[in-house]
Design a protein around this ligand. Structure first.
Ligand SMILES: C[S@@+](CC[C@H](N)C(=O)[O-])C[C@H]1O[C@@H](n2cnc3c(N)ncnc32)[C@H](O)[C@@H]1O
Length: 257
């Protein structure tokens, strides 16, 4: 019976992947991979393995989810070990369930190898903690892109809490989301945006909720990016030079290790 393995590729740095994931890549007959999975990870595959890009790149359209599901089941008829390599963790905004349902309906076995999610690895790589004793007691991870296209109601709920809020896929709604935080009285709360986290071209902009959209636009920040809102962001500024809007602390750390 063919097997589908959903494998977490980690946040971008090709060393931020699990040993189990590498073993799955070494064994794969077919690898279907996304734009956010670092392509150098394919070097772990056997030379004969089929490598199929299914993401969106350089303005080209991504395959539809249905087309990806179909590819999984088609390859499942020809090969035994199909790896679906997904950025971060497959179960964090990864549309994994749709692929699992398609594979199960086609009689395939399914397994998941968890990955290191950008939701926490990207802030950590920039020396930005998501929790700190005495500052906050939770963090929320919310998508900025819902199925309907509307901003999630969870954002307004999170804005009224003391939680650190981590937003994925939210750059296109940055101003609208910051307005929701401002309405909740959080205009002065610290905020950070990290683009291409854990990669050599990582960039970070810090500021406050009231000005982070302007700062990000001024610096030309775009996707993929993680937005972090909360008092913990100030801990990063304590480590880095507050005047530096690049990834100062992380650069210092990277150079140190
Ligand atoms: C479809 S979601 C997938 C998330 C993924 N499953 C995970 O656990 O990281 C894609 C979003 O993740 C975030 N993201 C992924 N990798 C990133 C990176 N290296 N730097 C910044 N943001 C990243 C961005 O918000 C991007 O729009």
């Amino acid at each position: 019976m063919a097997k589908l393995i959903l494998v977490g590729a980690g946040p971008g740095d090709p060393e931020l992947i699990t040993l189990k994931a590498i073993k799955a890549l070494e064994k794969a007959d077919v690898i279907l991979y996304d734009a956010l999975a670092n392509e150098t990870l394919l070097d772990h595959a056997q030379p004969a393995a089929v490598r199929r890009f299914v993401g969106k790149r350089f303005g080209c359209h991504a395959l539809s989810q249905q087309a990806i599901n179909d590819l999984i089941t088609e390859y499942g008829q020809q090969y035994e070990y199909i790896v679906r390599l997904k950025g971060g963790d497959p179960f964090v905004f990864g549309r994994a369930q749709e692929e699992i349902d398609a594979a199960v309906a086609a009689g395939m076995e399914v397994a998941v190898i968890p990955g290191i999610s950008s939701a926490f690895a990207v802030p950590a790589s920039e020396m930005l903690p998501l929790t700190c004793r005495g500052i906050n007691e939770s963090f929320w991870v919310i998508t900025g892109t819902t199925r309907s296209g509307a901003v999630s109601d969870d954002i307004a709920l999170a804005a009224r809490s003391t939680a650190t809020v981590v937003l994925l896929m939210a750059m296109s709604k940055l101003e609208t989301i910051m307005d929701i935080f401002i309405e909740a009285g959080k205009g002065e709360t610290a905020a950070a945006i990290i683009q291409n986290g854990t990669r050599p071209d990582a960039r970070m902009v810090t500021g406050k909720v009231k000005d982070i959209a302007f700062r990000a636009q001024h610096r030309g920040l775009g996707n993929p990016a993680v937005i972090i809102i909360g008092d913990v962001v100030n801990l990063n500024r304590a480590l880095a030079d507050p005047a530096v809007t690049g990834s100062g602390a992380a650069m210092a750390m990277r150079n140190a290790v």
